[in-house]
Design a protein around this ligand. Structure first.
Ligand code: FEO
Length: 396
């Protein structure tokens, strides 16, 4: 780890904790390029605000970089611990500072440090007067935490959008404009990956953030991770708009695992029926499928049929594994059902239906057939697929 401090504009410094060694973020996201935790020190004529912090293990270096500064305000843009778990140490160091956050952010912060502290709530928005510099603080709920807030400094035309427009990317270049072309290429890759993993579940809120940012005169965007974006801001907007397109394809994904080809027969009959409803079909045999790709296809489709035979009184592990690539935030409301052929007890369909319900999908009663599907049962499966598709096209 190392700390880097640069001046972004008159009275505004970036303090970046460079965490080259981070390999995985939050146990869910590989961080090939490490990460940085950016904090910003903003001076007015009378007061100073410190936006965000670092991890407690890096606090010693962070404090050294602050060089005896005494922030009047500790601005918490959200309480995710990669930025805010040093809040307790900050409050010990600066007991007179006032914590500024959204009401829910203050609630979370109190439970993070387990005691009270002086605070200023940002109810929707707040003008924070530092003396000849007024910061505009705006709640941006669900971008990506419920307590997220963004900060805009009119004087320097810098936006501090919490994790918005961020990237897990660690390099000696704190400004995008300083990066050599090859480093920029890697950074853009990391920025897209960050959007995919962290922001894409909150696409409708990303739209709101984009609209807010685009209406501002901006010289720089200074996020919580990665370089300060001081060039190609229009390109950033264009990239984000493209990332954030989420029109669903007029199709149903049918993904199945089949030990002896019998659940596959059901899948084929279902596919025929769905096509009769006017929708397209995208079929995956889970035995050899790339599960991330399947989950992505489900996200961009209007319906999902998940099939599994029953082995040892449960669905196949690969069917569950696929659903671990999904989450209720992004997948909720999608029409779904489980299906499968079984021999003895047939728990797979009920168990997968429960899992689809946990993902808050609109779950139809599943389809279950014992041993070899008969011609009649395959016809019923075809009809099931057709009705499933029609419910989607009719918006029932
Ligand atoms: Fe970088 Fe949402 O924490």
């Amino acid at each position: 780890m190392s700390m880097k401090k640069i001046e972004l504009a008159k009275g505004i410094e970036a303090l970046s904790t460079l965490d080259y060694d981070l390999k995985v973020f939050d146990v869910i996201m590989k961080t090939e390029f490490g990460s940085s935790y950016n904090a910003y020190l903003i001076h007015g004529k009378e007061k100073t605000a410190l936006v965000d912090g670092t991890k407690p293990s890096f606090f010693g270096g962070f404090l050294d970089a602050l060089k005896g500064e005494k922030p009047d305000y500790l601005v918490v843009n959200h309480t995710e611990p990669d930025h805010s778990s040093s809040l307790e140490l900050m409050l010990k160091t600066y007991p007179d500072s006032v914590v500024v956050a959204t009401p829910v952010g203050l609630d979370f912060a109190r439970q993070l440090v387990n005691h009270d502290f002086p605070s200023l709530p940002v109810k929707g928005s707040l003008q924070l007067d530092l003396g000849e510099r007024v910061l505009e603080l705006v709640a941006m709920p669900n971008l990506h935490w419920p307590d997220t807030m963004w900060v805009y400094d009119k004087e320097s035309e810098i936006l501090f959008p919490c994790d918005g427009f961020g990237a897990h990317f660690c390099s000696p270049y704190l400004r995008l404009s300083e990066m050599p072309d090859e480093v920029k290429r890697q950074y853009r890759e990391a920025r897209k990956f960050y959007y995919d993993v962290i922001m894409s579940p909150f696409a409708s809120f990303v739209d709101k953030g984009l609209s807010y940012a685009k209406a501002l005169p901006l010289k720089m965007i200074a996020p919580g991770h990665g370089p300060v974006i001081d060039e190609d801001i229009e390109q950033l907007y264009a990239d984000y708009e493209k990332f954030n397109l989420r029109k669903e394809k007029d199709q149903v994904v049918i993904a199945y695992g089949s030990a002896y080809g019998k659940t596959r027969k059901l899948a084929e009959a279902l596919a025929k029926g769905v096509r009769e409803s006017g929708l397209g079909v995208c079929v995956f045999d889970l035995e050899n499928a790339n599960l991330d790709a399947v989950a992505k296809e489900v996200l961009s489709s209007r319906g999902f049929l998940l099939g599994s035979c029953t082995i040892l009184s449960d669905a196949l592990p690969v069917a569950y594994e696929l659903t671990t690539r999904m989450n209720p935030v992004a997948y909720h409301g999608k029409r779904a059902a489980a299906f499968g052929v079984y021999g003895w007890s047939g728990e797979a369909v009920a168990n997968l239906s429960t899992r689809l319900g946990q993902l808050r999908m609109k779950v139809e009663e599943g389809l279950r057939v014992r041993f070899e599907p008969t011609v009649e049962e395959l016809k019923q499966a075809q009809e099931y697929g057709k009705q499933f598709g029609l419910k989607i096209t009719k918006g029932e």
